[in-house]
Write a protein that binds this ligand. Sequence first.
Ligand code: PEP
Ligand code: MG
Length: 750
Amino acid sequence: MPNNMESESRKLLGRLRDTLAEDSAGQARLDRITHLIADSMQTEVCSIYLFRDKDTLELCATEGLKPEAVHKTRMRIGEGLVGRVARTRCMVNTADAPAEPGFRYMPETGEEIYSSFFGLPIQRLGEILGVLVVQSKEARAFTDDEVYALEVVAMVLAEMTELGAFVGDEGGMSALHTHPVLFRGATGQEGVAEGHVYLHEPRVVITNPVADDPEAESLRLREAVDKLRISVDSMLARVEPSDKDQREVLEAYRMFANSRGWMRRMEEDIGRGLSAEAAVEKEQSAARSRLATVPDPYMRERLHDLDDLSNRLLRILTGQGKETGAEMPENPILVARNIGPGELLDYGKDLKGIVLEQGSVGSHAAVVARAWAIPLVIHAEGITTEALNGNAILIDGDQGIVHLRPEETVATAFRDKIAMQAEAQKRYAGLVGLPAQTLCGKHIALHMNAGLMADLPSLATSGAEGVGLFRTELQFLIRNKVPKRGDLASLYARVMDAAKGKRVVFRTLDIGSDKVLPYMKPQEEPNPAMGWRAIRVGLDRGGVMRMQLQALIRAAAGRPLTIMFPFVAQFDEFRDAKAMLAAVLESEGKLGHVLPASLEVGAMLETPSLAFAPDRFFEETDFISIGGNDLKQFFFAADRENERVRRRYDTLNYSFLSFIRQIVARCDQFDTPVSFCGEDAGRPLEAVAFAAMGVRTLSMRPASIGPVKAMLRRLDLDEVAAVIDQAATEGAQSVRKALSDHLAERGFIT
Ligand code: PEP
Ligand code: MG
């Protein structure tokens, strides 16, 4: 870069820093800056437009335009050239502004006499904060030097805006991140909560964007990048060769950390007067803006990697760790881009809710949220940029909505909803000791799903008759090594102790598909949900399943034991799994371990094929549990993780209900007990429909037991079945409306 270019921008930045250091209030500061830029650039006009709200830009300071237009002239995003810069986040540099597409002059500003226009976005980490404009009468385009200089100035302005440098009582801007913002995400786990933001990874704050000793800054940058490289190399050395995903990410880190282009661009920015951290952040901002426009998922992943790497570098440079010393606020609601189950568990059960920018309904974080019975909203895009530690936040997991810094009216309405739910919970508490006995005299056994030791206390408080599904994979997912047999045995024993004789159905490891163990070699599978998972892995790689069966037998130590094999698609798989169990029992006996007093062995019906298995299967299995989450995705060929299709087919679709009825009929033929343990069992309307189809045992999250029981106790299942059949006779594909109407007639709000 030519030296004069460096020194021009450095001079300008130096003056800017001095201005910022002066003790002036928000508006005065902005006024001085516009004066200073116009003077340095030798233009008649310099104006700063900042966002008033998310759609409106406001002229906040100007040198050259009519002063009375300040804080009066506003434009919507996309409107005029300024609005175009804000919308496209690209600069507009023209000698003949009126000839530009979209040009529209604001008469109150007196700008019609200026021919040339140069506007560029003021943005920080992909968030657009405003537009910086210079204009002159003389018809001229701005040179590369001037463009460079203004780019770095815009970046510093963005930093200062973020830090609240222009916030003032009179005329100044209101601080950023103070307005209410609504995020529309998706449901990860139902429930509502009110609390305060607790950021998983608080943003790094840069207080010194401008520096006057480029050599010292370059040296700081190089030293920090060296440290970064060393840390990436040592992370790479620690990662298992089989862990392909983790390796891929770290290899990308290494590639970026050694990238000459990245380093050169940052050094150039330092040359123009930025501090080392501001130079890193400028690059990071550029990567974030690209992220918004890149459709290719692989490229997006890599841009995310660069973003993560930049954060690491910034933390090295500023010394700000993840641990910023921020205290966990009261009623903490965790806000993160994404989070693994281990990290989530570290926060403990104090969390009142979780909001993620990424995540999925089947993610491990969702499994933990479910176990803790706290709401989870996923896909809340942009929330980590907007939320500050301690901000008030309301999350509605039922609707997938988050209100950040809510208005009082919203908060009041929300609190009413929470109070109503709490009121209902109190009513449900009164039902704990009562059976789920329908008006037609049928008893529906309500069990709970679990996966953590922490779930077990809910057994007593919810009134569940037992644990209908204990997902054992969680213990495997939260560790970075295969857990030891002894550790598993003692955990399972504690679970059985806590259940105090109530039945616990231990499901053997259901891994693969979305549940990839950190230490398992990930498989390149075109369609993992239909791939090598669950019992398929258990049978092909017997070691882990055998170890788990031994742990279960030792944990039972003479008590009754119930084991369930997941994802059985055909009889042979069940037979083979039972044979493996028989062999393990025999060898455990020989080793002198006390064998279980009784043993029940069941299968999960999660693929339609098993419903059509030979009679012998139904005779040989002790029970069947319908895994509705998987069964539904295969029945409708609609991926349970894919937001585009996962809600497309209603569970109350008559075809699906008829299928459930057929499964029950087959089981009844052989007196094989059948339960339903997918998430839908916990939704009152769905639960009632399954019961009407003949299912007599439902297993669900503990918080759902009250609402489901309350509804079942006031209904006649024969009537419900008649309503469902009548709706189908009339041609309804989904019977939801007919069922809701029937319930409404009986005083239920659904
Ligand atoms: C199911 O598929 O319904 C089920 C209970 O198993 P998971 O959700 O763990 O796959
Ligand atoms: Mg399943």
